[in-house]
Design a protein. Structure first.
Length: 251
């Protein structure tokens, strides 16, 4: 639809991999530019509420009865949100750069993540390698953080193994809800706003942290960064064991 509206003549397609869709679309756009197939790409993700989706997650007992609480002791599932984020990725340098991205697959279960997070960890480390950065070079991590028991448990272990207990990390789904196919694009938009204005995206939950989860550092509301934010990482994970991670930084 977008290509028809603007008269684009290059490649035009949709990435549909559930909750990693937007992040994978960004990675796909990066590859189109790197291979010379495009000079500029409109990319991102949009998702709207539908009864089918809400009922599907409800049938899986994955919808919270209250506001979702990522990493909270009483977390009981997601809030379904809707929204979108679109970006123009181009060969022309700008203030921000997509430094690297990676995709992996658990091949573990149709709806549950690998509890050890092995392939999720591989996606994070591969994205860092493509960006030419080490974990120490990342200023903060925007986690997928759905508020479901299994996702938070697996993702917390991955963050702890790679980044340790002091790296600022957060899930913003307590503000936005889980926007599914748009989640990665909205995370990226929040990261760009945070980096531009010198604050950490807030980790929103009920404040009652699950003591059994990895002891990573969760950010607080209105927490200002102590130094200029140069890089950040966005992680997305989806049904079917789909994992996608991007790293952004200043040009």
């Amino acid at each position: 639809h977008i290509s028809q509206e603007i008269g684009a003549e290059g490649p035009s397609y949709t990435v549909s991999t559930a909750c990693t869709s937007a992040t994978k679309a960004m990675i796909s756009a990066m590859r189109l530019i790197r291979t010379g197939m495009a000079d500029a790409v409109i990319c991102g993700g949009v998702d709207s509420l539908s009864a089918l989706t809400v009922n599907g997650f409800h049938a899986l007992s994955s919808v919270s009865a209250d506001q979702c609480s990522p990493y909270g002791a009483t977390r009981d599932g997601i809030n379904i949100g809707e929204g979108g984020g679109l970006f123009i990725l181009s060969k022309t340098p700008s203030e921000w750069k997509l430094l690297g991205g990676a995709e992996t697959s658990d091949a573990y279960h149709i709806s549950s993540p690998d509890p050890e997070g092995t392939q999720a960890e591989r996606a994070v480390r591969t994205a860092l390698g493509e960006a030419g950065l080490s974990p120490e070079n990342i200023d903060f991590i925007h986690m997928h953080g759905t508020g479901t028991e299994l996702n938070d448990l697996a993702e917390g272990q991955v963050v702890m193994r790679i980044f340790g207990p002091e790296k600022p990390a957060m899930s913003t789904k307590g503000m936005t809800g889980h926007t599914l196919g748009a989640a990665g694009a909205i995370q990226l938009a929040i990261n760009l706003l945070a980096m531009k204005n010198g604050f950490y995206p807030p980790h929103i939950y009920d404040g009652n942290r699950d003591p059994e989860l990895a002891g990573i550092r969760l950010t607080a509301p209105q927490e200002a960064a102590t130094s200029r934010l140069e890089t950040s990482l966005c992680a997305s994970y989806a049904f079917g064991g789909s994992n996608a991670v991007i790293v952004i930084g200043r040009e």
